[in-house]
Design a protein around this ligand. Structure first.
Ligand code: ADP
Length: 174
């Protein structure tokens, strides 16, 4: 049984993530999407909310399981018996970051490989921060995230009132 791990912040999940998860799950027996508890970036959604949005966005694919985690990704991959870590690549700047991470992870554990999927052309520009920025400013994100994510963002921005202005903006590599 080939199990792979797709880790990330997923704040929130968007069609770029969904595309990678769908394609990877078609190749392996099980794709475990691991939602990082506290990445070093400001988040809009809590870990529980992010897990829930990922679960509901991908509930139609039976080979996908969603979990939360913290600590080192490579350690978690080993713990759950994953043979590889799946990542997505959009632009060249992603490549440099992913390349360094992959080499660092290999130093830590050569037994878990890293497999990078090239994004589909229509999702090249998509990142969670772009989606949040557009949604926070009232733009249409219906082509970027599922309806349930759109609704969750609307509710969140309503709850936050003006506080959402503290969201960090303009990071392609999020
Ligand atoms: P992280 O904090 O680990 O970068 P993200 O949720 O931002 O978490 O991204 C998780 C994974 O999804 C990363 O490998 C990232 O490169 C990939 N990813 C993000 N957006 C896209 C996209 N539009 N197309 C393909 N892969 C993407």
């Amino acid at each position: 049984m080939k199990r792979v791990l797709f880790p990330g912040s997923f704040d929130p999940i968007h069609y770029g993530h969904i595309d990678i998860a769908t394609r990877a799950s078609a190749i392996f027996d099980e794709l475990v999407i691991a939602v990082y508890d506290q990445p070093m970036k400001s988040l809009l959604f809590s870990p529980e909310e992010r897990i829930d949005l990922v679960e509901r966005s991908l509930s139609h694919i039976k080979r996908i399981r969603v979990v939360g985690y913290n600590g080192l990704t490579i350690t978690f991959a080993k713990e759950i018996g994953a043979c590889a870590i799946v990542r997505g690549l959009r632009v060249f700047s992603d490549f440099e970051y992913e390349f360094r991470m992959a080499l660092a992870n290999r130093r830590l554990d050569p037994g878990v490989d890293v497999i990078s999927f090239i994004t589909s052309e229509e999702h090249t520009f998509l990142s969670s921060s772009t989606v949040k920025e557009i949604a926070a400013l009232g733009g249409d994100v219906s082509s970027m995230v599922p309806k349930l994510v759109q609704d969750a963002m609307s509710r969140k921005f309503q709850d936050l009132g003006n506080e959402h202005n503290v969201l960090p903006i303009n990071s392609l590599r999020d």
